[in-house]
Ligand binder design. Structure first.
Ligand SMILES: [Zn+2]
Length: 185
């Protein structure tokens, strides 16, 4: 992460919008934005599969579900945040993974420029690859700053995306999991 280049770019951006980057109130802004970006995009170059590399033999092959994993990501079209929750359900076959690892996976994949639709699929694909479970279901509900503060200006709109694999392509199985999530989609 080249924070000095981010700093220079933010200074340039301030000039481009007609501001004076040297007025005292803005003097720290390039540095602060550089620090914020370093945090937002800390997942770039991190291997999501490493988060799921340590698996354990499954003793129970019933549904495993994590609800309300907090999510902060940055929309790659506008570089504005979208925030909400990810919910993950899977049906183990041979192996399971530590629950914290799934939250870790969400964090790594969120901390890069993203589209909610792709993020949802990438989480499902990573779990499928690491655990070869019988089924995976990932649901993300998020509010997008780019929808709230520009264009359509709809601050309350929740965007819900879903990715299903294996057994969860079956409507009845999926509905059962969705009922547990109490998500309206
Ligand atoms: Zn956007």
């Amino acid at each position: 992460m080249q924070t000095d280049r981010i700093r220079d770019a933010v200074r340039e951006l301030l000039i481009a919008i007609g501001e004076n980057p040297d007025r005292p109130e803005l003097s720290q802004t390039p540095q602060k934005v550089a620090e914020a970006y370093a945090s937002f995009f800390r997942g770039i170059g991190q291997d999501p599969h490493a988060a799921l590399s340590q698996t354990m033999p499954a003793q129970n092959t019933e549904l495993v579900m994590l609800k309300d994993i907090e999510l902060v990501s940055i929309c790659e079209h506008h570089l504005l945040p979208f925030t909400g929750f990810a919910h993950i359900a899977y049906l183990p076959s041979e192996n399971i993974v530590g629950l914290g690892r799934l939250a870790n996976l969400v964090e790594i994949l969120s901390a890069r420029p993203q589209l909610q639709e792709n993020l949802t699929n990438q989480i499902a694909d990573a779990i499928e690859k690491a655990l070869t479970p019988k089924g995976v279901l990932v649901v993300i509900e998020a509010k997008h700053q780019c929808v709230a503060s520009r264009g359509a200006r709809q601050p309350e709109v929740n965007t819900i995306t879903l990715a299903s694999r294996g057994a969860y392509n079956d409507v009845a199985q999926r509905q059962e999991a969705m009922a547990l999530l109490s998500v309206s989609a």
